[in-house]
Write a protein that binds this ligand. Sequence first.
Ligand code: G5P
Ligand code: MG
Length: 224
Amino acid sequence: MALKGVFRGVIMGAPGSGKGTVSSRIAQSFGLKHLSSGDMLRANIEAKTDLGLLMKSCIDQGQLVPDDVISRLILTSLRKMNQSSWLIDGFPRTVAQAEALDSMCDVDSVINLDVPFQTIRERLTSRWVHLPSGRVYNIDFNPPKKLGLDDVTGEPLVQRDDDSPETVTRRLKDYERQTQPVLEYYRSKGVLETFTGTETNKIWPHVHAFLSKKIPGNQQAREA
Ligand code: G5P
Ligand code: MG
């Protein structure tokens, strides 16, 4: 059910298309809460929770975790945010997950980042992440101030186990097979908005302009 004054968004796109990068800009500009399914799973692995231990090999190999596991994790977090505006990154990734989300609430907009696979392959080999916060760097695009260290905490950055070239190939194939039908699902509901390009800095002003029209006026949008 739609809630007046509250924005509920999803950001989609192939692995490495820039969902995390664009989400943090959206969260900063529009004051939305950002929920990343991948960051939540990696936080569980890092904390060695039962869920993390169970899902680690699946994630490292670039396979999707079971629909019921991820749906429970995300919907539980969303319920705690009841009156807030939010943006989910990385969920839903199958039609079954989209239906689970629909059973809880309507989504106002789905932003789809459409980036060529060759561009993605090049990006992911030079991605470095700060696991506790989910902050993402790239040696060419947005390097950390000090090589190998997080800008905010100074803690070490790591490369994700699922960013090896073979695993990236598998993730891109799975995306085509399992996640592209979700785009169709949202297109048929009239909430899908696609942004195509090879550079986040060129895509971002269009995303900003689009959301400025969609997000209720009580959230002050900062300049793109
Ligand atoms: P995740 O964590 O959701 P993916 O595979 O969907 O992982 P990923 O890899 O996190 O997505 P992204 O967030 O789309 O990519 O991209 P990003 O990190 O912002 O950008 C990628 C790199 O490019 C970064 O280094 C960034 O700095 C750089 N970059 C950005 N823009 C530019 C640019 O313009 N130019 C250049 N040169 N570089 C740029 O999911 C991980 C795993 O968790 C499980 C699955 O196992 C999944 O594989 N999982 C789920 N399983 C089932 N269902 C779900 N819903 C699941 N969600 C997660
Ligand atoms: Mg991400």
